[in-house]
Design a protein around this ligand. Structure first.
Ligand code: PLP
Length: 495
């Protein structure tokens, strides 16, 4: 095949047919791959796969998309981690809905950029509608506003930026004196992006105060009272309380109404991190678990976690849209201040990003093709399945469980009996690794009170109770085998 002229690769009015053919080839390849994948992972090591990737000469293009798709088989597709596989049970990754994948293909071909109206037109209006739709689901009033972001970490960062600015504006102290006194109260089970955000926002190293949790890993309101009082006594300024609606490990939902009461009394910004729990916004059976979220000042939602959307798709929604002005800077070349007067909608005025993907289109396609109830149904399914997994684990004497999640995680560990007990940590670490190396299943791990535990995060409605039972047997086999070897009399090893 002779090399094409460079311009033949550009997507233009002259190349629409090539675009169609190339994409169809790629879609065929991916469809075949997805249909025939029989395990979530091949278990390949970074060293091994590294050789394949390093073997590609980036200065020798192959020209032909089909040849490159063949090559891609070896460097990526064959060994990728497949979230659509029912025994992928590890992190907060979902199988994606087809309407959203269609949206993804459309948005990257048109390539709108959401910073300004003159780079997006209808894209901006569609994002607005979806921000309003989300705000309405949260229970915010017409003053709410928000913006799509790259993920929950960025949404949390932006929320805390707004909170910081509001706190500094309200403080009688000069900015430089107030800044090191700012504190964020977040539960011990909250997401680490809060700590990262505090660092990025120039807060003191000890700015994030951990509020203790109860046995169900929910923030204790009494502990929040104590920390609020302690900050007051020290002359510290609480700039935000971060409540989590769906902690990453336990799916626990902090008591939002009780926390909101305290934030009102203390006049503190309440941010609710619903990166995971946002799926409840469309649940027909469990929306009430989010009661009180409408009293937040800002909310993080990750559509790429519990709305079955491809990465990335997240949003920050603020109850009072005017607070988003804290992210506004005017550049003469892009969004001069006069445009605000002319009512030209420039989303960059509300965003930490400048050039920004039209991720909102994926949610639009999802709502227009399948509807919110269908998403809620999928999310309800995985919540049911997690409850079944919990029941199974809590009745199985080989395992120890922590707390029943209101969402779709299960944290547990293999618990050896007798003298093998001292090997519990190592046995669980081993089981997780051995499982991933075999490719039979992928599970996550976490620490609970200093001990190594395993974690299922169920986001695939196709995962059956049988899948879960199978994986538990595999885990018990790997962990039990490890304990047997570790406790075997020395004789047996040296014989
Ligand atoms: C995943 C998660 C985040 C971070 O979201 P990203 O989209 O991964 O940046 C924040 N908070 C919670 C509770 C999460 O589970």
């Amino acid at each position: 095949m002779s090399p094409l002229a460079a311009r033949a690769h550009l997507l233009t009015n002259a190349t629409a047919d090539r675009y169609r053919q190339t994409l169809v080839d790629g879609v065929h390849r991916v469809a075949t791959q997805i249909a025939t994948t029989d395990r979530p992972f091949t278990g390949i090591t970074p060293d091994h796969l590294g050789l394949e990737v390093a073997g590609v000469d980036l200065d020798q293009p192959l020209g032909d998309p089909l040849a490159v798709l063949d090559e891609l088989q070896d460097v990526y597709l064959r060994d990728a981690v497949y979230f659509h596989h029912p025994r992928y049970l590890a992190h907060l990754n979902c199988p994606v809905v087809i309407p959203a994948v269609l949206g993804e293909a459309v948005l990257s071909a048109i390539n709108s950029s959401m910073d300004t109206w003159d780079q997006s037109a209808g894209g901006t209006l569609i994002e607005w509608r979806l921000v309003d739709w989300t705000a309405e689901r949260i229970g915010f009033g017409p003053a709410a506003d928000g913006v799509f972001t790259s993920g929950g970490s960025q949404s949390n960062l932006q929320a805390l930026l707004l909170a910081r600015e509001e706190a500094l504006a309200a403080s009688a102290l000069p900015r430089a004196e107030a800044l090191p006194r700012l504190r964020i109260l977040a539960s011990a089970a909250g997401h680490f992006s809060v700590q990262k955000s505090a660092k990025l926002l120039g807060l003191a190293p000890d700015a994030v105060v951990s509020v203790t949790v109860d046995a169900d890993r929910r923030m204790r309101p009494a502990a929040l009272d104590r920390e609020l009082a302690r900050c007051r006594e020290r002359g510290d300024i609480v700039m935000a309380v971060v409540a989590t609606a769906g902690t990453t490990d336990f799916g626990s939902i902090d008591p939002l109404p009780a926390i909101a009461d305290r934030c009102v009394t203390a006049n503190v910004w309440l941010h609710v991190d619903a990166a995971y729990g946002c799926g409840l916004l469309v649940s027909a059976t469990r929306r009430h678990l989010l009661d009180g979220i409408e009293r937040a000042d800002s909310v993080t939602v990750d559509f790429h976690k519990s709305f079955f959307q491809p990465v990335s798709s997240s949003a920050l929604i603020a109850r009072d849209g005017r607070t988003l002005r804290h992210a506004t800077y005017h550049a003469d070349y892009l969004n001069p201040a006069r445009m605000v007067e002319q009512r030209v909608p420039n989303q960059v005025d509300k965003s930490l990003q400048t050039t920004r993907r039209f991720d909102a289109l994926k949610l639009w396609m999802t709502l227009r093709i399948m509807g919110a109830d269908a998403i809620g149904e999928l999310f309800d399914d995985v919540v049911y399945r997690a409850a079944a997994a919990w029941d199974m684990l809590s009745e199985d004497p080989r395992f120890e469980v922590v707390t029943r999640s209101p969402l779709s995680t299960v944290v547990f560990r293999y618990l050896p009996t007798g003298p093998g007990r001292v090997h519990a940590d190592a046995a669980n670490l081993h089981a997780r690794q051995a499982l991933a190396a075999s490719g039979a299943a992928v599970v996550a791990g976490t620490k609970v009170d200093g001990r190594h535990f395993l974690k299922f995060t169920l986001l695939n409605p196709e995962t059956t109770v049988d899948d879960i039972a199978t994986v538990l047997e595999l885990i018990a086999g790997h962990a039990g085998g490890y304990v047997d070897r570790a406790t075997a009399p020395l004789l047996a090893c040296t014989a």
